[in-house]
Design a protein around this ligand. Structure first.
Ligand code: EPZ
Length: 430
C-alpha cells in the first residue's frame, strides 16, 4: 500500500496552482449526461473520485473522450442502461448524482444506495424526499434505489437540513420536470452554483443558486455546451493552512478569493498575514500562531471540509482552542493520530479541545478520511522528525499531485511503496 514519508520542519514557501473543484466536477459530470449533444468539460481535477465517476458513466453507455489530463469530451446519446453498478457507488458516494440526472432525463434510475463513510452515516433521505415531491416513485430494495416517474412535475420543496448533495441532486431532476420548482433552505456552496451555471449553459432555467432559495422552470431538452470547472476552494484552503502550520509563505494561485473568505478570516484571527489578489491568495506565518474557536457551518460559514486542517494548525498555536463540528458526527478521528504526534487534544462529542504545544514529533499515522489525511500531512510537515502516513488512497481521492505540489514548496515528502524506499528516504533526509 502506498504511503507518504515526510521529514518535517521546513517552512513551506513559493507558489502553488490549484486544480479544478472535485465537488463541483462530480455534479457537473453527472449533469452532463442530461443532453444528447456533445459536452466539453475543462479544468477537471485528475483525482481518483473523478476518474471513478467517469468509469461509472462509461459503464452505462456514456462516450467519454479524454482530450487532455484535465478535459473530457462526453456524449450521452447512447446511454443504454439507467442502472449503475454497485462497484462504482462503493468507491465513490457521489455516483448518487446520477439518480437526479437519469431521473430528470429518462424519468427512471437504478443506483445502489451509498453506504456511510468514515465521517458519518451520510443519509440521503432529503434527496429521496425531493424526488418524490417531483412526482417520482422511489423504492429502496436489495440495497438499490429504484426511482421512476410517468412524468416529473414542479414542486415547492423545503430541505429540513442544508444539504449540498440533496440541493444538487434535486436541482438536476427539477431542471427537466414540467413546470416550476422552488427549493428552499438550499446549500449555497460555490460548487452548487457551478453545477447550476453548468445546467444553465445547457439550456436549463435555474435562478437563485448561491442563495437559500433556488427557482427552476423545467425544460424539455438540453443542448451542447463547453464549460470550465471552478477552482477547488478546499484544496486552496489546505495549502493556506500548510503555510500557517509550517510558518511559511505561500502564494496560492488560480483561486476565487471570495470562496475562501471564512478560511482567510480564521487565518487572520490566529495571526497569519493574508493578502488577496484577483485570482490568488498569499498566506504568511512568521511567528507562533494563537488559539481561536471555530464552528463548522454550511457555506458561507467555516467549511467542515477545512475542519481537520485548522485542527492540526491549532495544535501548535499558543493557548487553548475549541473546534466544534456541526455538520458530520464523526469527523474528529484524526485527533487520535494527532495525539500520537504529541498534540494535547481532547474530544467531547462534536467538540475538540486543543491545547497548543511547542512542537509535534513525527510518528506513524494513518489517514482516516480525505480531508483528515491531508491535515495529518500538514501536521507532519510542521513536526520535528519523520512521519509515515498510511492509507493515502483517501488523500488521492481529492488532491491532484499532492506530494509533488508540496515538494515544489520545499517539503521533504515522498510517496513510497516499501520499507526499502522508506530507508532510502531516511538516509537521504537524515
Ligand atoms: C458534500 O457532501 C461534500 N461532498 C462533502 O465533502 C462536504 O463535507 C459536504 O457536502 C458538506 O459541505 C461532495 O460534494 C461530493 P451534505 P454531502 O448533504 O452532499 C445531512 C469532501 O471532503 N444529510 O451537505 O454528502 C448529512 O448527514 C467531502 O470533499 C441528511 O441528513 O453533504 C450531514 O449531516 C466530505 N440527509 C448534512 O446533511 C440527506 O439526505 C450535510 O451533508 C443529506 C444530507
Amino acid at each position: 500500500m502506498e504511503q507518504y514519508i515526510i521529514r518535517g520542519g521546513n517552512p513551506l514557501a513559493g507558489e502553488v496552482e490549484i486544480s479544478g473543484a472535485k465537488n463541483a466536477a462530480l455534479g457537473i459530470l453527472a449533469a452532463a449526461i442530461m443532453t444528447d449533444e456533445t459536452v466539453l468539460i475543462e479544468n477537471l481535477p485528475d483525482v481518483r473520485d473523478i476518474n471513478v465517476l467517469l468509469e461509472a458513466m462509461e459503464s452505462i453507455g456514456v462516450k467519454v473522450e479524454r482530450i487532455t489530463r484535465h478535459a473530457v469530451m462526453m456524449n450521452s446519446a447512447q446511454i443504454g442502461d439507467v442502472s449503475v453498478d454497485y462497484e462504482y457507488i462503493k468507491r465513490i458516494r457521489a455516483s448518487y448524482y446520477l439518480i437526479g440526472a437519469l431521473l430528470g432525463k429518462y424519468k427512471k434510475a437504478v443506483v445502489p444506495l451509498p453506504g456511510g463513510c468514515n465521517i458519518g452515516s451520510r443519509p440521503i433521505d432529503l434527496h429521496i424526499k425531493g424526488f418524490k415531491a417531483l412526482g417520482a416513485k422511489v423504492e429502496i430494495r436489495n440495497g438499490f434505489i429504484f426511482a421512476n416517474a410517468e412524468h416529473l412535475h414542479g414542486s415547492h420543496i423545503f430541505l429540513d437540513t442544508v444539504s449540498v448533495g440533496a440541493t444538487i441532486n434535486i436541482m438536476m431532476a427539477a431542471s427537466m420536470a414540467e413546470g416550476y420548482t422552488i427549493i428552499e433552505n438550499c446549500a449555497r456552496e460555490p460548487h452548487v452554483v457551478d453545477v447550476a451555471n453548468f445546467l444553465n449553459s445547457m439550456g436549463a432555467n435555474i435562478k437563485g443558486a448561491g442563495t437559500d432559495v433556488i427557482r427552476i422552470r423545467g425544460v424539455q431538452k438540453f443542448h451542447k455546451t463547453e464549460y470550465s470547472v471552478i477552482p477547488d476552494q478546499i484544496e486552496a484552503g489546505t495549502f493556506m493552512f500548510a503555510a500557517a502550520a509550517t510558518r511559511g509563505d505561500i502564494m496560492v494561485k488560480n483561486v476565487i478569493p471570495k470562496h475562501l473568505e471564512a478560511t482567510s478570516a480564521k487565518l487572520l484571527e490566529i495571526g497569519c498575514e493574508v493578502e488577496e489578489f484577483d485570482n490568488a491568495v498569499r498566506v504568511v506565518a512568521s511567528k507562533r500562531l494563537c488559539s481561536t474557536n471555530v464552528k463548522t457551518l454550511p457555506y458561507p460559514g467555516y467549511p467542515t471540509d477545512m475542519q481537520p486542517q485548522i485542527g492540526v494548525t491549532l495544535a501548535l498555536a499558543k493557548g487553548t482552542s475549541i473546534v466544534t463540528e456541526s455538520i458530520f458526527e464523526n469527523r474528529f478521528k484524526y485527533m487520535d493520530e494527532l495525539a500520537r504526534m504529541g498534540a494535547d487534544v481532547r474530544v467531547e462529542g462534536n467538540t475538540a479541545i486543543i491545547t497548543g504545544v511547542e512542537r509535534l514529533t513525527g510518528a506513524r499515522v494513518s489517514a482516516p478520511d480525505l480531508r483528515a489525511g491531508a491535515a495529518l500531512v500538514i501536521a507532519a510537515l510542521a513536526a520535528d522528525g519523520i512521519t509515515v502516513v498510511d492509507d493515502i488512497v483517501y488523500i488521492q481521492r481529492g488532491y491532484e499531485c499532492f506530494d509533488e505540489k508540496l515538494r515544489s514548496l520545499g517539503a521533504e515528502i515522498e510517496m513510497i511503496n516499501s520499507e526499502k524506499e522508506a530507508q532510502k528516504f531516511r538516509l537521504r533526509c537524515g
